[in-house]
Ligand binder design. Sequence first.
Ligand SMILES: Cc1cc2nc3c(=O)[nH]c(=O)nc-3n(C[C@H](O)[C@H](O)[C@H](O)COP(=O)(O)O)c2cc1C
Length: 203
Amino acid sequence: MKNILIERRSIRKYDPNYKIPRKELEEMLKETMRAPSSMNMQPTRFFIIESDPYKKKLERILYGNKVQLDTSSAMILMFTDLQKYDLAENIFDLAVKKGLMPKEVRDRQLRNITNMVEDLNLSQTERTGIFDGGIIALQFMLVAKAHGYDTCPIGGFKHDELADVVGIDKKRYKALHIISVGKADEAGYESVRLNINEVAKFL
Ligand SMILES: Cc1cc2nc3c(=O)[nH]c(=O)nc-3n(C[C@H](O)[C@H](O)[C@H](O)COP(=O)(O)O)c2cc1C
């Protein structure tokens, strides 16, 4: 784990001839989904762009980041679903069925969510979705590293137009980030970090 953390760095050029096998990519996403999320609502949605027509559509809304697009095995588009609470019942029912949650807890959680959703506005839902999205994005990058692949998180794109690339409702799905993934074809470079005393205070 420590090696994965230390060795991960943004890689922007990949072997263009290497495709991550579909089964392995699915396995990586499954491992990524082990990330925690607020109330376990798992609101992040992934679109995996591997084909040239979709890469072409994506190119139109990128600011730079062309080498990642052209050489990666896949560009992972991540959105947060503002209707995430629609799945609450399914998620808790599954937990009860698997014996992981008592029925009373399921009922109480669902009641809490129903009450909370009435008071929530969309920007609050989006904010928790963005938190969850950051956590799961890093999880994906570390999972990829553990599988022998490298990644680059990409924020340089027209956020308002990402949903159009894959034809989904942009009012419901808010763009988070893009992550390129593939077999590294460069060493990348080590980046600096601030000292702990510049960012943390022990009280
Ligand atoms: C939210 C976010 C957006 C980023 N956007 C880009 C980007 O558009 N293009 C790019 O080449 N790198 C992008 N990066 C990568 C950062 O430049 C990189 O993570 C940082 O310099 C630290 O380097 P490291 O990832 O190698 O440790 C982004 C990183 C984050 C977390």
